[in-house]
Design a protein around this ligand. Structure first.
Ligand SMILES: NC(=O)C1=CN([C@@H]2O[C@H](COP(=O)(O)OP(=O)(O)OC[C@H]3O[C@@H](n4cnc5c(N)ncnc54)[C@H](OP(=O)(O)O)[C@@H]3O)[C@@H](O)[C@H]2O)C=CC1
Ligand SMILES: O=C(CO)COP(=O)(O)O
Length: 328
């Protein structure tokens, strides 16, 4: 039987990391589809993406393209561009997809325009294609280096998630299947907001105890929103929720944590530097969702207000610490 063809769209850090680790697993023929022709030519020649993954050699079996027509042969298509670009990418690449190809959103965020989950955005724009989500604790550089990593892949139809987990997993990259795409993707989106909060605590010198409190109470916020939107609290306690929250809230590899540290120190924020900060978008969208569902998410709402310049960190802290005493 001929090998399945997996196309990874988005030649940034995570797309390139996923493409190289899936190619290394050897189950699938893998192509990385980017939109910058000179970059793709350079990757094919050098087998390195120095800007996104410095010093890392990409797997020799990985193929490169900037031609969307290669999607016509793909059984599995990973969308690995920022959350706010997923809708337009679906419109661009959708017409080239093979009938029935499974599409997987790998971004961690919520669509700002519609406040919809990314799986719903893709389902709406790509009718006839089963949609799955891939999320969980894993930095692109760790994955691309072949360090041990475990993440979740979820689809409403568990058999689709299980089939993806089998075809994408390998010796260093392990996927767990889930039937809760809502819980899995909300974990990925909301942990970024909480990582910004933990960064602020670090930058403002508020101590490790405060960070632990934010992680635990932040997890409670994540669960409340996930359950309200049809996800499961158990999922939030797994890899894609707690696992990714702990990683992102404690590692300086995280762009969201570093952004929070800069805010906490009172540094001037230059949005053209420091890379993609998904939590800065998700904070406002999650706050709107919390409000419309009547859910209490004080940490998320404080982060959104601080980013919007409506609140300062000392006042946010005072507000969080003076909330009515309650049970856990
Ligand atoms: N980096 C990491 O460690 C991890 C990242 N993620 C998630 O993956 C997503 C992407 O992050 P990351 O790879 O780090 O980001 P990068 O900034 O490194 O790369 C983003 C890539 O998306 C491409 N892109 C942007 N818009 C489009 C579009 N409309 N169509 C096609 N390609 C597009 C960009 O291409 P161009 O250069 O041409 O603009 C770029 O190659 C985020 O949601 C992030 O949270 C998840 C786990 C780990
Ligand atoms: O999601 C990630 C690790 O799981 C990457 O986090 P940052 O986007 O904060 O760098």
């Amino acid at each position: 039987m001929s090998r399945q063809h997996c196309v990874v769209i988005g030649a940034g850090a995570f797309g390139t990391a996923l493409a190289t680790v899936i190619a290394a697993n050897g189950h699938e023929h893998v192509t990385l589809l980017g939109r910058d022709r000179s970059l793709m030519t350079d990757l094919a020649t050098s087998r390195r993406h120095e800007e996104a993954l410095p010093g890392i050699e990409l797997h020799p079996d990985l193929q490169y393209s900037c031609d969307p027509e290669i999607l016509e042969h793909a059984n599995t298509v990973l969308f690995v561009m920022p959350s706010q670009a997923q809708a337009s990418a679906a419109d661009t690449y959708g017409p080239h997809l093979q009938a029935g190809a499974v599409v997987v959103t790998c971004a961690k965020g919520i669509d700002r325009e519609t406040t919809g989950l990314l799986s719903h955005v893709l389902e709406k724009r790509l009718p006839g294609h089963p949609v799955a989500v891939l999320s969980g604790p894993g930095f692109a550089a760790d994955i691309a280096k072949g360090l041990p990593t475990a993440m979740s892949v979820a689809a409403a139809d568990l058999s689709i998630a299980e089939s993806l987990a089998r075809s994408i997993s390998g010796p260093t990259f392990r996927l767990y299947a889930s039937a809760d795409p809502v819980g899995v993707q909300l974990g990925g989106a909301l942990k970024n907001v909480l990582a910004i909060a933990c960064g602020m605590v670090e930058g403002a010198g508020l101590g490790d105890s405060a960070r632990a409190a934010l992680i635990a109470r932040g997890l409670a916020e994540m669960s409340r929103l996930a359950v309200a939107l049809g996800g499961e609290a158990d999922t939030v306690r797994g890899l894609s929720g707690l696992g990714d929250l702990v990683l992102t809230a404690t590692s300086h590899q995280s762009r969201n944590l570093r952004f929070g540290i800069a805010l906490g120190r009172g540094d001037a924020i230059d949005s053209s530097r420091g890379g993609l900060v998904e939590g800065a978008f998700a904070a406002a969208v999650a706050s709107r969702l919390a409000e419309s569902h009547g859910i209490d998410m004080p940490i998320t709402q404080a982060v959104a207000a601080i980013i919007d310049g409506l609140l300062d960190i000392p006042t946010a802290l005072e507000q969080l610490m003076s909330r009515p005493i309650t049970t856990e």
